[in-house]
Design a protein around this ligand. Structure first.
Ligand code: NIG
Ligand code: FE
Length: 412
């Protein structure tokens, strides 16, 4: 059975026209149709002005009056760590009192605080945390989310995290993709032998992860105090050999060659990029690597915001995601990320919307099916209770979602 949204005040298609990315000035065109309509079952069947919709309705088509509303493609949040255990609110309070993220990490806190909680947690409790955050993300307009492991840092715990991610993949209304992030931090038992841990990731954990079959991507945290570009490259190349596409946490704390390495291995995306300069940006652009920016992290850690303007003006593929995690960006709300991006990274509302939809899909290799409203694409739609897409960013800090549809089914 088909559904039709009619009388939509502001229908944002993204106007991709089959393209998987929109670069430079094209990012500022979101293809808004005023008083639009969209007809869909599991995929989109027709899009156009409301005045022409009648010819595309069947006798049993369900009509939804969307006057006063905005309709956009669901957000694709391509970078999250939503499955974890425990809380880091005490470390957050310490940072407000002056401690830095790097200091807390060097003392064995930060990622390792969450690691200890995860090692003590069973799949069920990991699933509960992930399910609650993913449901909240869906309620805020995210219809697809990537979720990383990386808080287990040994074979059994990494597999448990991915098992919970797999459960969400099978059971949740939102679409979920999994990423193996074994090289996220050096765990305490390998403290004096980081090289040994890298070999353990490559030779012990990765083959088991590949066999388990839940992860699509392999990610590494290449930065000062974490892994070197050389170590990260070995992990990512091993991941490629196991069929996992590379992603990377790059240029967040310092410039250690992470972006250049991402370009070299053909990563699908390089994420963070708070410290990237034109040299890093150019390398990523030339290699077609998506630049995934995480404004929640710069906001939470007091880092410089990534230089989105230089990226867009130099034709890089700019994407926005939450980085939802207990340490550096504890928010699953993509509407808020749009506001942070516009206010702190000099992005226009239109650029931010393309970054959070089409380019999120591009960063997950799903742009053929998701990220814009086009005939034949999957019907992942969000209706907002505002008369213009601009209001979603302008009126910030509240949830404007009215209903959410995944694969043509109403889920919120
Ligand atoms: O993307 N940068 C590295 N990893 C995460 C932080 C994880 C944490 O602090 O728990 C990030 O910000
Ligand atoms: Fe991250």
């Amino acid at each position: 059975m088909k559904t039709a949204f009619v009388n939509i005040d502001s229908l944002v298609t993204i106007n991709a026209q089959g393209a998987h990315e929109k670069i430079g000035a094209a990012m500022r065109d979101v293809g808004e149709i005023r008083n639009g309509a969209i007809v869909f079952d599991d995929v989109i069947r027709w899009i156009g002005p409301s005045s022409e919709v009648d010819a595309y309705l069947d006798a049993d088509t369900e009509l939804v009056d969307c006057s006063g509303k905005t309709v956009m493609p669901g957000f694709v949040d391509s970078h999250t760590h939503m499955v974890f255990a425990g809380s880091r609110s005490h470390e957050f309070a310490r940072r407000l009192a002056g401690a830095t993220y790097a200091e807390i990490a060097a003392e064995g806190g930060g990622i390792l605080t969450t690691m200890r909680a995860v090692r003590d947690a069973d799949v069920e409790s990991l699933l509960d945390v992930g399910d609650a955050l993913l449901t909240s993300a869906l309620n805020h307009g995210t219809t697809t989310a990537e979720i990383k492991s990386g808080y287990g840092l040994d074979t059994a715990s990494e597999l448990r995290l991915l098992e919970a991610i797999g459960e969400l993949q099978r059971g949740h209304e939102a679409r979920v993709l999994g990423t193996f992030l074994g090289a996220h931090a050096v765990p305490p038992e390998w403290k004096h032998d980081p090289e040994g841990y890298v070999n353990c990731v490559i030779n012990d954990i990765l083959p088991r992860v590949a066999e388990q079959g839940i992860a699509t991507f392999c990610d590494v945290f290449v930065d000062a105090g974490f892994f070197t570009a050389e170590q990260g490259e070995r992990v990512l190349r091993a991941g490629i050999a196991h069929g996992l596409r590379p992603k990377i946490h790059a240029d967040e704390i310092a410039l250690v060659g992470a972006s250049q390495m991402a370009a070299r291995v053909g990563a699908i995306s390089a994420d963070h990029l708070e410290h990237s300069t034109l040299a890093e940006i150019t390398a990523l652009r030339d290699a077609g690597v998506v630049c995934t920016l995480l404004p929640g992290t710069a906001y939470t850690l007091g880092l410089p915001f990534p230089d989105a303007r230089t990226m867009i003006d130099n034709n890089a593929i700019v994407c926005l995601a939450t980085d939802c995690n207990p340490g550096s960006s504890f928010s699953e709300n993509m509407q808020l990320m749009l506001s942070l991006a516009c206010m702190n990274m000099k992005m226009s509302i239109e650029e931010a919307l393309v970054a959070a939809t089409l380019h999120g899909a591009r960063a997950l290799n799903l742009a053929a099916h998701l990220g814009s409203l086009e005939v034949g694409k999957w019907a992942d739609l969000v209706v907002y209770d505002v008369p213009s897409y601009k209001d979603v960013v302008y009126h910030f800090g509240v949830n404007h979602v009215w209903s959410v549809w995944v694969g043509g089914n109403e889920v919120v």
